[in-house]
Design a protein around this ligand. Structure first.
Ligand code: SIN
Ligand code: FE2
Length: 209
């Protein structure tokens, strides 16, 4: 499908860029993310209060990383919660993509790495732990296709579902910066990018003004 006709109608500030990354770019990114994970291992985040584990495994790169635990809840911090070490740097290719697509003058401070196994999902939520919402959240999908749900600024607003495939980029910016979103399911076996299957999602975020 031509890029122009693949554009589905979305609320202002949301941008869906299907197939933005070539296969070679995706393969390169996977190698780079392997390096990040070797330094900052994936861990199981838990929900604030209940301590219930999330089905997605996480790590970060950048001066800040998004973390959650039972006692202190959702926040950004400069160190890995398990190793206590600073997060690895955000890879240059991701900074380049941010500079090209974000329309924001400053570089991202955090890159959250989410890893989804076959039955992982992520409930509908807003990304609102940043102190400044003027920069978009830039999301990159790698590996198996997922069913992504995007709503409005209220939890009860109507939602649209779209399949995010490997190499797709999605931006939540402007009036869409705080739109509710989540991942309803993974479609196992839909991509050959990751040798053992699953899906990686990277989100680049600016935390401070
Ligand atoms: C997120 O909202 O942090 C992840 C979204 C995704 O996995 O596509
Ligand atoms: Fe999110």
């Amino acid at each position: 499908m031509a890029a122009a006709t693949a554009e589905i109608s979305l609320q202002s500030g949301l941008r869906y860029l299907p197939g933005r990354l070539s296969r070679a770019e995706q393969e390169n990114l996977v190698e780079i993310i392997r390096g990040v994970v070797a330094e900052a291992p994936l861990y199981v985040p838990v929900m604030p209060g209940s301590g219930r584990p999330m089905s997605v495994r996480m790590t970060n790169c950048g001066p800040l990383g998004w973390v959650t635990d039972k006692e202190r809840g959702y926040r950004y911090q400069p160190t890995h919660p398990v190793t206590g070490k600073p997060w690895p740097d955000i890879p240059e290719v991701l900074l380049d993509l941010w500079r090209e697509l974000s329309g924001h003058p400053r570089d991202p401070e955090a890159c959250l790495v989410n890893f989804y196994t076959d039955d992982a999902k992520m409930g509908l939520h807003q990304d609102r732990d940043e102190t400044d919402f003027s920069a978009p959240v830039l999301s990159i999908s790698l590996g198996d296709t997922c069913l992504f749900r995007i709503g409005g600024l209220a939890r009860t607003d109507r939602t649209k579902s779209l399949k995010l495939e490997s190499g797709d980029v999605f931006l939540l910016g402007g009036e869409g910066r705080l739109c509710f979103h989540g991942v309803d399911r993974i479609y196992p076996g839909t991509s050959t990018l990751l040798k053992s299957g699953g899906r990686i999602n990277l989100t680049l975020r600016r935390v401070n003004p």
